[in-house]
Design a protein around this ligand. Structure first.
Ligand code: BYC
Length: 331
């Protein structure tokens, strides 16, 4: 099936198509909160936008295995190790569901991976930060999975059916991940002074990058208004960021940790927390490829892909053998 790339897509009027009747039918489905399915007609720009977002999401899941995978051999107990192994496997599974959802849009998984490996597609900024202590694993579960849930629960109602359905299962697993992360942080925060300090330092490292996960401010977000019109996005970047902050501050207070933001203050009038200035320069640097771990993450990913080529070849050879066998039986 033919597909357009992010840059090839035409700039549309409202929905991206020149065919007003098909357009009207497509937008009527969106307005009725129905799901668009792979066999339905859709504007090319809707298709390419979804390919971009779902692929970025899938890439984030598999790159996200790296900072946590680094602690698999160093987890502080067998129980913690088993839980972390399961979590890292879950991330691989999320990648699989998401690449599968992207493929329903007519693009090949190998092409998507190639776009990641050649820097033509992004992955989440958050996974370009290091995990120097065990507490960083707690902070990732608590904050990164917490932010992911806030962003992803609305995606369960995304207008594109296969993406929305994949998100339902992913969100269930992310909730478990968030709780295990919070539990690690709680244990450390309530432990010895050194452990408490380690938890606080991890919170200091991960707070601002987690806040940045929600993307640029609404004023700077280039895709938001079109994505909201298409029912891909249900809430803006800033709305979700605010919800995350409001939900997380009381959790930090509960375990006696301090959010590293001197400007954080409850605003009675808004019924929300006011927060300090986000370092957008850092965000832009990280998404442009110049964060603390970008080079290391990409090198590891490309090496793993190359070293795994024999597995893909073996799986294809096996599938072919099975196909021939089935044909022989049927003949
Ligand atoms: N990192 O116009 P905007 C996870 C890019 S969770 C890197 O607001 P949009 C996990 C954006 O792609 C993380 N790039 O875009 C959790 C665009 O660039 P391009 C993954 C970012 O699409 C725990 C440009 O900035 N989650 O995987 O309306 C464990 C302008 O942005 C970031 C998802 O992907 C960022 N943080 O909104 C393991 C959720 N933010 O593409 C794994 C699905 C923005 O034009 N994605 N950019 O070159 C979304 O909800 C939306 O795509 C976003 C951005 C909210 C991220």
């Amino acid at each position: 099936m033919a597909y357009v790339t992010e840059t090839e897509a035409e700039s549309p009027a409202e929905s991206g198509s020149n065919d007003s009747e098909l357009d009207a039918r497509f937008l009527a489905l969106i307005d009725a909160d129905e799901r668009i399915e792979p066999t339905d007609w859709m504007p090319e720009r809707y298709r390419s936008t979804l390919i971009r977002q779902i692929a970025q999401h899938a890439h984030s899941e598999i790159i996200g295995m790296q900072p946590e995978g680094a602690w698999l051999t160093r987890a502080p107990s067998l129980r913690r190790k088993a839980i972390l192994t399961a979590k890292v496997q879950d991330e691989a599974g999320h990648g699989l569901y998401l690449y599968g959802a992207a493929e329903t849009l007519g693009i090949d998984r190998a092409e998507l991976l190639d776009r990641l490996h050649t820097g033509r597609q992004k992955y989440s900024s958050i996974f370009n930060y290091p995990t120097p202590t065990w507490a960083d694993i707690g902070a990732i579960g608590w904050l990164v999975d917490g932010a992911a849930i806030m962003n992803q629960v609305p995606l369960c109602r995304c207008s594109y059916g296969p993406y929305a359905r994949a998100m339902i299962r992913i969100c269930k697993e992310e909730s478990f991940h968030q709780r295990q992360g919070f539990q690690i942080m709680m244990t450390l925060a309530e432990g010895s002074p050194d452990q408490h300090h380690m938890a606080q330092e991890a919170l200091n490292r991960w707070w601002w990058p987690s806040i940045m996960m929600f993307g640029p401010s609404d004023a700077a977000s280039i895709h938001s208004s079109q994505n909201m019109r298409w029912g891909i996005k249900r809430f803006s970047n800033d709305e979700l960021r605010q919800r995350f902050i409001d939900a997380t501050v009381p959790q930090a207070e509960l375990i006696g940790l301090t959010i590293p933001d001197p400007d954080l203050k409850w605003n009675d009038e808004r019924g929300s927390y006011d927060y300090g200035e986000i370092d957008w320069e850092e965000f832009n640097r990280v998404i442009a490829g110049d964060g603390p771990c970008n080079a290391e993450r990409m090198e590891r990913r490309v090496t793993a892909h190359e070293e795994g080529s024999w597995v893909r070849e073996a799986a294809l050879a096996h599938a072919e053998k099975e196909r021939v066998r089935r044909e022989e039986v049927a003949a």
